[in-house]
Design a protein around this ligand. Structure first.
Ligand code: ASP
Length: 450
């Protein structure tokens, strides 16, 4: 049995819905279909989820919502008319959209979550309706009825363990079940969403819960590529990779598959296949466990990410001072800041952060506290920092890979500010200046893939 998730661009229009229906029809083992909200049809289009956020904000501000409702509704109605459904046949969906402001919500955050979730909910209901019109044995399954339970955080929920047992009970259902992605129900009955792009997570949870043979994730690219196509022209499509490889690459910018969605898949050891809705005949990328994986290449992918910053601290005899790191960590804890890496030397230490956590004032306050408590000889905040990840199971047994990474960077006069080889030995992380990152990725890619 397969769980199949379709992304926003796969459900953006009537034409795209038709491709989705063809894919469902082509394989009777595709039993659970997870929908996203209609996404962008063209570059400057607006995703339905973003329109729903606007609808929620206007509702909270008690402002006129009619224009945005019209905009949202036209997206679904266009799809309905593509399948010759008239307004009466889909009136129940419009009603649901119009009724959102009148419902009771536990807080403004839960109101926002419920509005956002309706992008996927209406998509799933509409798709189930169209499949039924085509005489296919399909039904819409609501997360509440399914027992899809999540924690009580309105916009960043986590799945609850009970969900897996609840979903397993749907295994023998003969119908094709169309379920909305992106959200679940809290123990107190509220709708809570995952983080943005979270329909991938829903699909992975269903696949684990049902112990599916395969989780197919349909998107709008032919495969996961070995490097960002905006940096490297026509990069190598990855045929097969391990969970760990994708996890490390997602961390540094690969965004085809939501990194949180890997966790349920790993826990359930579910195979994942990322495929293109527009070219379903292509094999896409398989994501598999490490056992029985025999890497053909040394490197599977090279990623770079620019949302990092580094804090450099210098203090003589730092290595002899007890409790230095403890004090530093206590400061991070006090400011509710998590850090990513902390490579250290004899007299100095660099801490790398995800800089999206900071406002300028929070950063200043935290640095002032570090100056006061730690009294470093030098403190420097390096905002213009990028991380490059070179990832491959094949790196483990390869001697000399580091040379292939560093020599071409030296030739291009790209300075390396930090090198970190993780204990897993399947990834090498480099810190560079932000402006150098694309050239560094291109250089490293050339070495391993040209
Ligand atoms: N529609 C949601 C979003 O735009 C979730 C998803 O697309 O996966 O974030």
């Amino acid at each position: 049995m397969k769980v199949v998730k379709f992304g926003g661009s796969s459900l953006a229009s009537g034409e795209q819905f038709q491709k989705v229906i063809n894919i469902i029809n082509a394989d009777p083992t595709r039993k659970v279909i997870v929908t996203s909200a209609p996404g962008k049809r063209f570059e400057h289009d607006v995703k339905v989820t973003d329109l729903l956020i606007k609808y929620a904000e206007l509702t909270l501000e008690k402002k006129d919502c009619s224009a945005v409702i019209e905009q949202i509704w036209s997206r679904y109605y266009d799809i309905a008319t593509f399948f010759q459904l008239n307004s009466e046949q889909v009136a129940f969906l419009k009603q649901e959209l119009l009724a959102l402001p009148a419902a009771h919500y536990a807080s403004a955050d839960f109101l926002l979550a419920a509005f956002k979730a309706h992008g996927e909910k209406l998509s799933a209901q509409l798709l189930a309706h169209i499949l039924q019109e085509k005489q296919l044995p399909a039904r819409y399954l609501d997360p509440k009825e399914a027992g899809f339970l999540v924690s009580d955080v309105a916009d960043d929920a986590q799945v609850l363990d009970a969900t897996y047992e609840n979903l397993y009970n749907w295994r023998e259902t003969p119908d094709i079940m169309v379920v909305p992605g992106f959200y679940g129900i809290t123990p107190t009955g509220n709708i809570a969403t995952f983080s943005r792009g979270g329909s991938d997570i829903t699909g992975a949870i269903w696949a684990r819960g049902l112990q599916a043979d395969l989780y197919e994730n349909f998107t709008d690219v032919n495969a996961i590529y070995a490097a960002d196509p905006r940096i490297v022209a026509k990069p190598h499509p990855i045929k097969i990779m391990t969970y760990r490889e994708l996890r490390e690459l997602s961390y540094a910018g690969f965004s085809v598959f939501h990194d949180e969605a890997l966790i349920p898949a790993i826990q359930g050891q579910v195979l994942i296949n990322v495929k293109n809705t527009n070219h379903p005949e292509l094999p896409g990328t398989m994501i598999v466990p490490k056992k029985n994986f025999h890497p053909k290449n040394t490197v599977t992918g090279v990623a770079s990410s620019k949302h990092f910053a580094a804090l450099y601290l210098h203090k003589y005899l730092l290595n002899k001072e007890t409790g230095f790191t403890l004090k530093l960590l206590q400061i991070f804890y006090k400011f509710n800041i998590s850090y990513e890496h902390m490579p250290s030397g004899i007299d100095d230490l660099t801490v790398i952060f995800d800089k999206r956590q900071f406002t300028p004032s929070l950063r200043e306050e935290m640095c002032a506290e570090i100056e006061k408590v730690i009294q470093p000889d030098q403190l420097e905040w390096i905002n213009d920092y990028a991380i490059i990840m070179v990832v491959g199971e094949g790196l483990r047994n390869k001697i000399g890979a580091m040379k292939k990474i560093t020599v071409p960077l030296a030739e291009k006069k790209i300075a390396i500010h930090m090198i970190n080889q993780g204990a897993s030995r399947i990834s090498i992380m480099l810190g560079t200046k932000k402006a150098d990152a694309p050239a560094a990725v291109a250089q490293i890619y050339q070495q391993f893939f040209a």
